[in-house]
Design a protein around this ligand. Structure first.
Ligand code: SAH
Length: 413
């Protein structure tokens, strides 16, 4: 095709975009489309777990079958993310007939639109096209990103000293906290290691937009896709980390929030250490503190709470497997932050009240905090279980119990 590409910023909010294919390419492309507010229709017989999570959360519509030309009716844009050239060509043909721009991950020459390499800085989006060479586009994008982020200016010395992760013989693992959901809430160090990684092993809670910017040759392992029970799956993750590092790869294990807050980071560190693999731990912004903040709740506040306690609610209070002394927590004055607590919420609230916690204690429940899909609810300890059920709130959610919930409601005098 001749002629230079003509750049545009597509405003896709509420507009239909069809994505054909449910594999790795679609997994990388969909988050940016959702971020743009597009009405995404995904057509694919099968989906990756990350895409299925979007379907389960009703962020997009899925047609579990092969593409049919009618799928494009009403669409503004189509992204082809299948590698079968015949199937891809039939999407192209249907798009051309309807005058819909068609992005082809499999064949840039056949595409009528190209996706640029992108870096986002608050309201500014920089998009780079490399004249048909995606690597050139990414190199230029990376340089612009470094300029805009001031990372070079403020951190040039450590960035140069540490360099990219060593590639030659000494592979290594970085356990990186990705933050609670907003892709800008990863640390500078975590971001730098992520962009230098050869292999990224990511959890389901990791913000999809962070993965959107990875180089296409990075091996992306979706840890939520590993098909055994939780403990076998953890062994398998440990095995992948060790094996790739011993093969000389720079491995980033990317985890939601902070790696050591209910994230099994310690187990992964021990597995790597046992195999002689060097590990760097990069803390993350934990949801335990940031998600309440995103809903206007400070976990401490002067003259209101001088302590906060973070507890997992994934084991029911009356279970013999519980390691939490809920009766003791009921006697604390300060803030109680419960992660993974929705399933057992009625039992948790009931146990706290049963041990003397005031049922009028204010409670906030925050689902998908710091993301565009954040929902939150204010209630009381006595009413929280019923209110959460009525509102249909779902995991991931943080429950905050204590007077801090209302601390910022009226401006302090
Ligand atoms: N290591 C993570 C926590 C992992 S446990 C961290 O430090 O944040 C998973 C739980 O974290 C979820 O069940 C939920 O309770 C909480 N969580 C994580 N991200 C969240 C988000 N964006 N909004 C609400 N809760 C979140």
């Amino acid at each position: 095709m001749t002629g230079n590409p003509y750049p545009l910023g597509l405003r896709l909010a509420g507009r239909r975009v069809v994505v054909v294919g449910g594999g790795a390419v679609a997994t990388r492309r969909v988050p940016a489309l959702l971020d743009a507010g597009a009405d995404v229709l995904l057509v694919a017989p099968e989906l990756t777990p990350a895409l299925r999570a979007h379907v389960d959360a009703r962020r997009l519509r899925w047609e579990p079958r092969r593409f049919a030309p009618d799928d494009l009716d009403g669409a503004w844009l189509v992204q082809v993310a299948v590698d079968d050239p015949v199937a891809a060509a039939s999407v192209s043909a249907a798009a051309a007939e309807r005058r819909i721009f068609c992005v082809r991950a499999d064949d840039r020459a056949a595409a009528t639109a190209w996706t640029p390499a992108v870096t986002r800085h608050g309201p500014v989006t920089v998009a780079v096209l490399g004249g048909g060479d995606p690597r050139r586009a990414m190199t230029v994008r990376d340089a612009i990103r470094d300029l805009l982020s001031l990372r070079n200016g403020t951190l040039s010395t450590p960035a140069v000293e540490e360099g990219p992760l060593p590639h030659a013989r000494g592979g290594r693992v970085a356990l990186v906290g990705a933050g609670p959901g907003d892709p800008e809430l990863i640390t500078v160090k975590g971001w730098r290691l992520l962009t230098g990684a050869d292999v990224v092993v990511a959890d389901r809670l990791v913000p999809g937009l962070l993965l959107d910017e990875l180089r296409p040759d990075v091996e992306l392992v979706d840890a939520s896709k590993i098909p055994y029970g939780p403990s076998r799956a953890q062994e398998e993750i440990n095995r992948i980390l060790v094996e790739r590092a011993l093969a000389g790869k720079a491995v980033v294990r990317l985890k939601g929030g902070d790696p050591y807050v209910f994230g099994r980071g310690g187990e992964e560190l021990l597995a790597c250490a046992a195999a002689g693999v060097p590990v760097t731990v990069v803390p993350g912004v934990t949801s335990a503190i940031s998600v309440p903040a995103a809903a206007g709740v400070p976990v401490t506040h002067r003259a209101v709470a001088h302590e906060f306690t973070v507890v997992s609610g994934h084991v029911a209070p009356d279970s013999p497997a519980s390691l939490v002394r809920w009766e003791a927590l009921a006697g604390l004055r300060g803030t109680l932050v419960v992660l993974m607590g929705l399933k057992n919420l009625a039992a948790i609230a009931g146990t706290l009240v049963g041990h003397g916690k005031d049922p009028a204690t204010p409670v906030a429940v925050v689902q998908e905090g710091t993301t565009g899909a954040q929902r939150d609810l204010r209630t009381t300890l006595g009413a929280v279980a019923a209110d959460v059920a009525a509102a249909g709130l779902r995991p991931p959610a943080v429950v905050v119990i204590g007077d801090v919930v209302t601390a910022l409601d009226s401006p302090a005098g």
